[in-house]
Design a protein around this ligand. Sequence first.
Ligand SMILES: Cc1cc2nc3c(=O)[nH]c(=O)nc-3n(C[C@H](O)[C@H](O)[C@H](O)COP(=O)(O)O)c2cc1C
Length: 304
Amino acid sequence: MTRRIVVGIGGASGQPYAQRVLAFLADHRDTLDLDVHVVFSRTGRLVWQDEVGEDAAQYGFPIHPPGDMTAPFASGSSRFDAMVVVPCSAGGLARIAHGLSTDLIGRAADVMLKERRPLVLVLRESPYSLIHLENMAAVTRAGALVMPASPSFYSNPTTRTALLDTVTARILDQLGIDNALMRRWSGRQAQRPDAPAAPPRPDPLPGGPVPPAAGGDPIRPWRGGPDAASVPAHPDAPAASPRPDPLPGGPVPPAAGGDPIRPWRGGPDAASVPPHPDAPAASSRPDPLPGEPVPAAASTSETP
Ligand SMILES: Cc1cc2nc3c(=O)[nH]c(=O)nc-3n(C[C@H](O)[C@H](O)[C@H](O)COP(=O)(O)O)c2cc1C
């Protein structure tokens, strides 16, 4: 029986994942009996141009305009089997999470959720805000599957395409499409039966640069974090700026002509961070906790 699949392409980075999905579906259209429909968001079209650059029409699937609510999959009665949004932007996720059918991707996703059909959202954003996380929870509760565009390395991909396919294979799996795009995990020994014992590579931290990979650039160790000061500088690193480290405490000195940047005052050490000199005086009124009575303002006389 023909399987009908919607591929939504949102306005996030990660367009090469969409390209790999389309290429696989096009190659297997006849053998797997697939009926694939494609819709780009407006920004998705632009990001595709930047990151892929080729004409998506070459895959031979119908491509629907982003605002075309007359597309077949804009109605549940057309009974599409599954939909993937790849990549899915945080904005696209938010619209789907809130049922805003303001464009065809949003409407088609809404249809998949209401019809209880598989909807895979290949989210591409980093880091995540609480809003993103809550939207992910909302769509998950509604039946979608959130799948971050997060490549893996256990199959030892050695090319860009192989790395992309660590994500593409898992997307196709979730759409119920058999594929052999990546070597699958079948136990550590089975994974690399001929792997030689790991050489006794010296641990580069704390301190100097990681020895260069064969012919490659040295990798600089990360110099942030609590032990940053104890990590000696990479010998090739430019001389450190004389700009004093503003934390803990005072404001970051203004960038040339710019506003001072306020250090973040949350976190466990918030109380020990002195206030910014420009900050308004802190109110002496204690913050009531939820459920506690709000204390009377200073000017209010006590009721006898
Ligand atoms: C070049 C470019 C790259 C972008 N990359 C991302 C991204 O990786 N993740 C994201 O959530 N938004 C990204 N955005 C922003 C989204 O395109 C924007 O929020 C848009 O409104 C999302 O809606 P859409 O997915 O329906 O296009 C990018 C925008 C541009 C122009």
